[in-house]
Structures are given as structure tokens and as C-alpha cells.
Write a protein of this length. Structure first.
Ligand SMILES: [Zn+2]
Length: 86
């Protein structure tokens, strides 16, 4: 059985100059399930979403986006009211 071809960083600082390859068995395209690019992308996305959800800056940006959409909606309503009252 082939081994996963991903390089892993050792947690041991003395091994920093000797990157190792993953010791798990390759199950898909030469990678283990942890290091398969598809899985990594999935995890990365999940991490990004979790980060955004917990980050006040992104929460504020999301809220601003929502409010801006609401403002646009209200503006378009007001315009239609103005037209009617003329
Ligand atoms: Zn691996």
C-alpha cells in the first residue's frame, strides 16, 4: 500500500528543517483522507466560515450588506409612493 505523499510539518522544533511526509496510507489519488486536496479545500472553507462567523469585523460587514440591501428596498418603495402621490 502506498503512503500519502503530503508533506507534514513536525511539531518538534528540532525537526523543522526536515519536513516529513505523511505516514498515513494513501487511499485516494496518492493522498490519505486527511491530506487529499478535496478534503483540504473542504476543511479550509469550513474554517473560513467559522472564522467569519466568530469575527466581529466580518459579522459587521455582513450586517452592513444586509442593511444596504434593506435601504435599497426601502428607497425603491419610497420612489413608488412618491410617484403615486404626485
Ligand atoms: Zn496524509
Amino acid at each position: 500500500m502506498d503512503k500519502c505523499k503530503a508533506r507534514v510539518q513536525s511539531r518538534n522544533i528540532w525537526d523543522d528543517f526536515h519536513p516529513r511526509t505523511c505516514s498515513r496510507k494513501a487511499v485516494k489519488d496518492g493522498f490519505c483522507l486527511i491530506h487529499h486536496p478535496e478534503e483540504e479545500t473542504k476543511r479550509e472553507k469550513l474554517r473560513g466560515e467559522r472564522y467569519k462567523a466568530s469575527n466581529p469585523y466580518y459579522r459587521a460587514m455582513d450586517r452592513i450588506g444586509e442593511l444596504e440591501r434593506e435601504v435599497e428596498e426601502l428607497k425603491s418603495k419610497i420612489i413608488s409612493y412618491e410617484i403615486r402621490s404626485c
